[in-house]
Design a protein around this ligand. Structure first.
Ligand code: SF4
Length: 283
């Protein structure tokens, strides 16, 4: 079974949501929300810069109502480009990798290796990989709201399944080098006035070490979820109603109408889209 971390996270959010997105491959017409679009655009521009290319401006292609925020982000990105980065060299930018995290017995679900074992392979695309002080590091670009406390945010990154799986992939790709962890490159969405006062205030780099024990535990968790997804085909998908209006009760799930029986997933409100082709974080 091959899967990526975004699919696992979608399953955790709501198995039914995961089914519509990854199995039926249907998304709401109109694409990702505004906040997601801006974050993805910043990501594109920074990734291009790390390859020595010109990725254009964040503001290019944005909606009119996002223009002020996008321009403020462009100021921050320009400051970032002019800063001296800590790393000595860039090894790769957004290249696909994969790693085997073991398997499970298709009948018992246990982590034993038998003839009926289903291997579990996780694939992904780390933002950028660099060398700093003889260690390999994953550079992760993140755009966050102005009020997000970076110290707490980075603790979440340390526990992130994405980071732990990338760590495993990168350790396997460069086995002779020590692995450092994640260099978290944060761009905060400050308002225009705050940017005028100090554009550098939007930028923050945090070093988040990743250890072997955490990677091992994450592999076990991935195997457990992979088995649940595998079984979901036969057992049916659970609708996690706690997620229908978002974590803070202010954001409606795109599939709400379908789960309520008011519209069909095959209907005109949705279109075909493979999540691996970049709807949201299809990494
Ligand atoms: S509306 Fe609720 S139950 Fe339905 S897919 Fe969305 S989160 Fe899951």
């Amino acid at each position: 079974m091959r899967l990526n971390v975004s699919r696992i996270k979608d399953w955790d959010w709501c198995p039914q949501y995961q089914g519509y997105r990854w199995e039926e491959k249907r998304v709401r017409v109109g694409g990702p929300g505004r906040a997601l679009w801006l974050g993805s655009r910043v990501h594109e521009v920074l990734a291009a810069a790390m390859e020595g290319k010109d990725g254009g401006k964040v503001v290019e292609g944005c909606k009119e109502e996002d223009e002020a925020q996008a321009k403020a982000l462009d100021v921050a990105v320009e400051v970032w480009k002019g800063k001296i980065k800590p790393w000595e060299r860039v090894l790769m930018v957004e290249e696909a990798l994969e790693t085997r995290v073991g398997g499970f017995d298709v009948e018992t679900g246990m982590n034993w290796t038998t003839k009926r074992t289903e291997p579990v392979v996780v694939f992904g695309r780390p933002d950028a990989v660099v060398v700093w002080r003889d260690k390999v590091w994953h550079v992760q670009h993140k755009t966050v709201g102005a009020g997000v406390p970076v110290a707490v945010f980075s603790k979440g990154v340390k526990r992130s399944l994405h980071e732990l799986m990338y760590a495993k992939m990168l350790k396997e790709k460069w086995p002779k080098m020590a692995y450092g962890g994640t260099m978290l490159n944060v761009v905060r969405k400050l308002g225009a006035k705050a940017m005028e006062r100090d554009p550098g205030a939007a930028l923050h780099m945090e070093f988040v070490p990743v250890g072997e024990a955490a990677i091992k535990r994450a592999c076990g968790d991935v195997r457990l979820v992979a088995r649940e997804i595998w079984e979901g085909d036969e057992r049916g998908l659970y609708q996690n109603r706690a997620s229908c209006v978002g974590r803070f009760g202010n954001s409606l799930c795109p599939y709400y109408g379908v789960c309520e029986g008011d519209e069909a997933i095959e209907g005109p409100g949705f279109e075909d889209k493979d999540p691996l082709e970049g709807y949201g974080d299809g990494s």
